[in-house]
Design a protein around this ligand. Sequence first.
Ligand code: PPS
Length: 569
Amino acid sequence: MPQNLAPIPELYVSYDSAQKLKADAGDLISHDLTPRQICDLELLMNGGFNPLKGFLSEEDYNGVVENMRTADGTLWPMPITLDVTEKFAETVELGQDIALRDQEGVILATMTVTDKWVPNKSREAEKVFGADDLAHPAVNYLHNHAGAVYLGGPVTGIQQPVHYDFRARRDTPNELRAYFRKMGWRKVVAFQTRNPLHRAHQELTFRAAKEAQANLLIHPVVGLTKPGDIDHFTRVRCYEAVLDQYPASTTAMSLLNLAMRMAGPREAVWHGLIRKNHGCTHFIVGRDHAGPGKNSAGDDFYGPYDAQDLFREHQEEMGIEMVDFKHMVYVQDRAQYEPADEIADKDDVTILNISGTELRRRLAEGLEIPEWFSFPTVVEELRKTRPPRAKQGFTVFFTGFSGSGKSTIANALMVKLMEMGGRPVTLLDGDIVRKNLSSELGFSKEHRDLNIRRIGYVASEITKNGGIAICAPIAPYASTRRAVREDIEQFGAFIEVHVATSIEECERRDRKGLYKLAREGKIKEFTGISDPYDVPENPEISLETESVEVDNCAHQVILKLESMGLIKG
Ligand code: PPS
């Protein structure tokens, strides 16, 4: 049997042992896994991350970060770490077993903690992602979401994470290997994707398979992808629509529950190793594979062919061969797709191409998407989840000192939007939220953060469901505002409005008499007097209230919404 088709080791114990282990593990200290950790654990347990046997130890982590190798020299480019809070780490001793639970509390595995350390996250960012720059989604995750302490140790698998969606389309490495054996597929080229497939992708994957004289595995990621990507439910429906376009019995599709890091070159090598574990012999690597977008200076994080170069350097050792991704363009004169670098008569033919940005613009504005570009069924699915901007939900988030005029302008805006109609509008005013949603909270940093997070959560749900959320808290901390923006932008636009009334003017107005009390020390931690306020650096709008009427301030917001295409005349 070819090596790529032989069964691969998993970390699961037998069914009977799992039942016993699960009962015993009820008494262990538990860690509730984050969504990313659940993805990582699933691939550790089912052999997708073979040869890893658990979350990395400190020595392995250092090796992986510094030179892409575990302590014993095995090539592994991505740190697979169990990050936890300092508080949780304090409760765990080395040598102790802990239970790893999913978000509903189901025990998926146990882990023997052999290592516990505080990582140098900036170093990890520099080495693994190429820069300690928060514009990189994985660096942002590392600094702003991941716990401060890492635990390492071998994992004993009890059960797979439960998935309720597309169950028949999900396969473990061993299930795919068995499928390839059954079908007699010896050579398989895998195509990794986090985007819907259009005609160009169909052409290039089909050609790649022909070139490698191999069968084709469409292997889309349905775990975590880049923030802002099209949700996997929509994508899978799109993939299913495209599958008919391939010759029967040469192509399969399987969903991979991977949490991507967008680490470009290192990610390409990682993806290759994962596909090898899934029984594939070839892997398609394109231009800017798993690229994270622009850095904070507006440049690309990685060179366009860095991923291909790093893959090529290691492919022999990896045991999976790279197939270059061809940039396919549509040649109108011949009504077909061709690789851009193979068109000899470039100057005599009309070449058409629609970029990802242009596609998003057309969807956002409800414009035509031609048939030469995509399949009608795919476009139909995309239009369902990406309605034109004027029909999407959005959040207007006011921030400013107490008494700056946030609530008054927010109210005026709400009334204007309700007059226009078309979408439900909800006002989450600072004072009102504190009477209902956050009635038990005070004004410490921790409580203010919690308050804003709650407002952000409600606003994100409203935005997701096509409504308009208007929020008007002080929201003094830039980092919290940023986190709320991230939550909301997954579903719709986030418009930050800085009500820029100066603290002197707010104090002069002192509409609620609170500034006086704050000056007398009778109210502690009062924003602008005895507590900080981070002035927004790049708000969508900054409102000057001292010489402008409320009605006009609200109107400026309406004009901004109109210019963003969120409301139509
Ligand atoms: S925060 O920081 O965003 O959670 O604040 P927020 O929920 O918007 O609540 C602000 C309102 O509470 C009143 N208040 C205080 N504000 C600031 N600092 C302190 N210590 C404080 N204590 C009470 C104040 O009236 C704010 O109302 P607005 O509507 O902003 O004037």
